[in-house]
Design a protein around this ligand. Structure first.
Ligand SMILES: NC(=O)c1ccc[n+]([C@@H]2O[C@H](COP(=O)([O-])OP(=O)(O)OC[C@H]3O[C@@H](n4cnc5c(N)ncnc54)[C@H](OP(=O)(O)O)[C@@H]3O)[C@@H](O)[C@H]2O)c1
Length: 237
């Protein structure tokens, strides 16, 4: 991960941020970036053997399986780990490639709903969700049952989040890559096809937590030419 966001806005505020999906690829990159910015990260992951990696990225390990546990369990686990107020929750969990329609429903949709409810119970008002470009469009059948279920799950999860009273942000990347973060992106609506490095997604989420202009906004993000801080500030217009 590059350090290009180091000069962005206010890094003096130490936040407590819960990352749901902390062992995922974006989750680990995000944890490292938030820790680098001086925030306390509560890294929610589902398997005990993932704890070392979650801690290694800079988070406090919070063991919770979204499919086996409840919002009450998650809120309680976060409260215990935070031992104080929690400023934000980032939902970046997903059933992932290779999973069938049932797990798109239980993780991509159900995990988001559970995280929203847990945020409410734990008094968290800021909520950032990772989605994908096109999730807000009509989920016309493609013949790929798993993809269609994923699209429906993300579309419904985003719609439910938009309907809440939370200070939400929905970040919609394109095809994810493991390229190095450039710290330079393009954000906006209907950006079309393109790719986004997971590192840039992590930088966008970390910066979104600093920028009020991103509250109650959903936007596409692709790798681009504008610094993350400047691109997000531009959403205010
Ligand atoms: N693939 C794409 O091109 C693409 C494009 C745009 C957006 N997205 C979205 O980007 C986000 C994350 O991407 P990524 O690359 O970081 O994915 P990832 O590496 O697969 O991370 C997802 C994480 O969710 C966790 N998870 C799955 N089931 C869970 C459960 N029951 N309880 C708790 N955690 C659970 C996984 O844990 P395990 O490791 O234990 O399974 C994994 O650590 C997802 O929201 C995805 O929908 C993907």
């Amino acid at each position: 991960m590059t350090r290009t966001s180091i000069d962005s806005q206010d890094h003096r505020t130490r936040r407590v941020v819960a990352v749901v999906g902390a062992h995922g690829k974006i989750g680990q990159l995000l944890t490292s970036e938030l820790a680098r910015r001086g925030h306390l990260v509560l890294g929610v992951h589902r398997k005990p053997e993932q704890a070392d990696a979650v801690r290694g990225a800079g988070a406090t390990s919070v063991l919770h399986d979204l499919e086996a546990g409840t919002a009450i369990d998650l809120a309680e686990a976060l409260r215990v780990a935070a031992d104080g107020d929690i400023d934000a929750l980032v939902f970046t969990a997903g059933a992932g490639p290779g999973s069938g329609p049932a797990r798109k429903a239980t993780v991509d949709l159900g995990g988001s709903v559970q995280s929203i409810e847990a945020a409410r119970r734990a008094g968290v008002t800021r909520f950032v969700q990772v989605s994908f470009i096109g999730a807000d469009r009509e989920a016309a059948p493609t013949g790929d049952e798993s993809w269609d279920a994923y699209h429906r799950a993300k579309r419904d999860a985003d719609a439910l989040l938009r309907d809440t009273e939370l200070d939400w942000t929905i970040v919609r990347p394109g095809s994810l890559t493991d390229d190095d973060a450039t710290g330079r992106v393009r954000v906006g609506q209907d950006l079309g096809r393109g790719s986004t490095s997971r590192g840039n997604v992590a930088l966008v989420i970390a910066e979104a937590l600093e920028q009020p202009a991103t509250v109650r906004r959903a936007f596409d993000v692709l790798d681009g030419e504008t610094s993350v801080a400047e691109a997000l500030a531009g959403l205010a217009g």
